[in-house]
Write a protein that binds this ligand. Structure first.
Ligand SMILES: [Fe+2]
Ligand SMILES: [Fe+2]
Length: 325
């Protein structure tokens, strides 16, 4: 195990220990820390607070704004349930992957300890998210059929190509975290249950995202040239695929909610506002991809542009999007 360096910069192992200790001292339980049965936390499917806020890519469209209130509410609640369901499916894949990864760690590994703290927290998140979905009454299926079919296979990447896996983790965690943080920052009149869930999630995700960043920065220099080349091409594709799984409603959902195809096409991702929103999601990932040498080759750089997720990298992790855009 690496010991303290002479310049007192924390080593990788020390950083992971700090994250692990933070998990011991600050963590949440889905059923102790949320009062599901409090009257104010009741999920009423007709509650106008489910209307999508004006900073949401769908919520800001002319089409949505001109719908009757009950249709806006229905879409809004469905939207929350659907995103929550995909989020928890991601977390299930992540938990499986973390177990595969931890299995490969030797005795005394700081990574083993942190990976198991993270898996514990993600288990609580899946319980919290599933309970929310159940209470909405929406039978949300989550990701696409392809995504759900791939769910048993994706966690194997954590054992075989952990570097690629942890970039994939960010592809799931960064968009959800970014959206939740901007919703909390906007401070709209939101349902208290959803606010509580987002607060808990954002608090713990900060550590998970921190670990993925630490892991990737630490291990980037250990990649072979071939690994670096293959993973750097895969990263922008993974980012766009997984982001679409989370944010874009499937055709069957659009039919169910009577969202016209031209509106969906504009929102995902033809309009200039949507394109900015999409680019903003990945400011931190671009920074990390630069730091880990993932955007050096021409094909990778072209793919970042082709996937419409290129732009200025954040200057520091969590830099607000308006500043990073
Ligand atoms: Fe989570
Ligand atoms: Fe997480």
């Amino acid at each position: 195990m690496t010991v303290l360096r002479s310049d007192a910069t924390p080593t990788y192992e020390q950083r992971l220990r700090t994250l692990s200790e933070a998990s011991v001292h600050q963590h949440f339980d889905a059923f102790l820390d949320i009062d599901w049965d409090a009257p104010e936390n009741t999920v009423d499917p007709e509650d106008p607070r489910w209307v999508l806020p004006s900073h949401d890519v769908m919520g800001r469209t002319e089409w949505y704004r001109s719908l009757p209130l009950e249709h806006q509410v229905r879409i809004g609640l469905y939207h929350q349930a659907r995103i929550t369901k995909v989020g928890l499916q991601f977390e299930q894949i992540l938990i499986s992957g973390l177990m595969n990864y931890a299995f490969s760690r030797p005795n005394g590994s700081a990574e083993f300890r942190y990976a198991t703290h993270e898996a514990t927290e993600e288990c609580h998140h899946t319980q919290m998210f599933q309970e929310f979905v159940n209470r909405t009454g929406v039978d949300a299926r989550g990701g696409s059929r392809f995504f759900r079919a791939m769910a048993p296979v994706l966690p194997l990447a954590a054992r075989w190509v952990p570097f690629g896996f942890f970039f994939g983790v960010l592809a799931g965690e960064e968009p959800i975290d970014h959206v939740q943080k901007s919703v909390l920052r906007a401070g709209d009149d939101m349902h208290p249950l959803l606010r509580r869930i987002m607060q808990i999630h954002v608090a713990e995700e900060a550590r998970h995202i921190g670990f993925a960043h630490q892991y990737l920065q630490h291990n980037a220099e250990r990649l072979s040239r071939v690994e670096r080349g293959v993973i750097s091409v895969a990263v922008p594709l993974l980012m766009k695929w997984l982001c679409n799984e989370i944010l874009v409603p499937s055709r069957s959902v659009r039919r169910e909610l009577a969202i016209p195809d031209d509106v969906a096409a504009e929102v995902y991702w033809d309009s200039p506002e949507s394109q900015k929103f999409l680019r903003d999601l990945f400011g931190d990932v671009r920074m990390l991809a630069d730091e880990t040498g993932m955007r050096r080759n021409r094909v990778a750089r072209w793919l970042w542009r082709r996937m419409d997720i290129d732009g200025r990298p954040s200057r520091f992790r969590g830099e607000p999007a308006s500043a990073a855009a």
